[in-house]
Design a protein around this ligand. Structure first.
Ligand SMILES: Nc1nc2c(ncn2[C@@H]2O[C@H](COP(=O)(O)OP(=O)(O)OP(=O)(O)O)[C@@H](O)[C@H]2O)c(=O)[nH]1
Length: 320
């Protein structure tokens, strides 16, 4: 009869004759931070690298509030991306302090950093990020995004030269996140700098976040897009019901705003705006979850939450 030790070692596949390692020795896996000031295209970049819409995007800065992992597994490389809120100078309210903390913590415990900038544009907020990066000793890749918008391509070289003098970048990769240009080169450049290691996540897993969380983010994105400049930063979405019923996924979400006026704006005349937000969010969710969705949206007033650390914690903002 087999001893306990034999049973255990057989179960874990250790020590047996002819055992093959499950992963090639040159497999690489590690964490990659995407940092940059708001609106340079970090979330768009992550979505296109993943080949799937995961992070929410809009023309409005500070769309990204949470840290979330996006996992890309290809060519014996598993790159685990950390999307972060844009780093910015102003910390007036608790929500802004939270976002700065989340962005700074993304520079710890990673293997490679992508510093994303917007074409030839350079602002004090870019400067702030560069200064943070000068203090760390990790390989930093300069990702010049939105090159599709740069008319004077010849001006890119002196710009790169100037920035490289401030920080010796491991590599400079011009890309267009929106058009998906040069992203393979970026994947290779990242892969070469990750440590040799088996993958940490299943090879078909694309994020560490729950479907519930992603559903709330989809709704938030549609609100930001619909409302443009009118949208209050002080707005959040809570999922109240998330239930699979046969082939139907029933989702009920509550949009929390601070004031009566904001509630009216989100709902719109005769509820038209809320209806549109719901339809667009549902279409995205059906694509991402591969299921038929029944989505109900509600708007509620919750006074002053964005300036209240305790309320933030209760809504899941406290773990940065
Ligand atoms: N033309 C062009 N626009 C882009 C490109 N990448 C992103 N954008 C646009 O830039 C805007 C901001 O993109 P986001 O991905 O939300 O930017 P972000 O850096 O994640 O922003 P925060 O969440 O505020 O930190 C959106 O309107 C994108 O469509 C690009 O390669 N070319």
């Amino acid at each position: 009869m087999a001893s306990n030790d034999d049973v255990i070692s057989n179960f874990f596949g250790q020590g047996g004759a002819g055992d093959q390692p499950a992963w090639p020795a040159d497999y690489r896996c590690g964490y990659v931070s995407i940092v940059g000031r708001p609106n340079v295209g970090k979330s768009t970049l992550l979505n296109h690298i993943l080949g799937q819409k995961l992070a929410i995007t809009s023309r409005k800065p500070q769309t990204t509030r949470h840290r979330m992992l996006g996992i890309v597994t290809r060519d014996n490389v598993q790159a685990i991306y950390v999307d972060t809120p844009g780093i910015h100078g102003q910390e007036r309210k608790a929500i802004n302090r939270y976002m700065n903390r989340a962005a700074s913590s993304a520079l710890k415990d990673v293997d490679v950093v992508l510093f994303v900038v917007d074409g030839l544009k350079w602002s004090p907020d870019d400067e702030l990020v560069l200064e943070k990066l000068q203090k760390i000793s990790l390989p930093v890749l300069l990702v010049i995004n939105k090159v599709d918008t740069v008319e004077d391509k010849a001006a890119l070289l002196p710009h790169i030269e100037q920035l490289t003098q401030r920080l010796p970048f491991a590599e400079v990769v011009p890309v267009s996140a929106l058009k998906g240009h040069n992203l393979d080169r970026l994947h290779d450049a990242v892969g070469q700098r990750l440590p040799f290691s088996p993958p940490f996540y299943d090879e078909d897993q694309i994020t560490d976040r729950s479907q519930r969380f992603l559903a709330a983010e989809m709704v938030r994105e549609k609100i930001m897009r619909q409302l443009g400049e009118e949208v209050p930063y002080e707005l959040t979405v809570e999922i109240e019901e998330f239930k699979q019923e046969g082939r139907l996924l029933r989702i009920s979400a509550c949009i929390l705003v601070e004031r009566e006026g904001q509630k009216k704006i989100v709902i719109g005349d005769n509820g038209q705006r809320l209806k549109l937000i719901g339809t667009e969010a549902r279409i995205d969710m059906e694509k991402l979850f591969g299921s038929k969705i029944m989505l109900s949206l509600w708007v509620k007033i919750k006074g002053g939450w964005s300036d209240d650390e305790r309320a933030l914690k209760s809504l899941g903002y406290g773990d940065a």
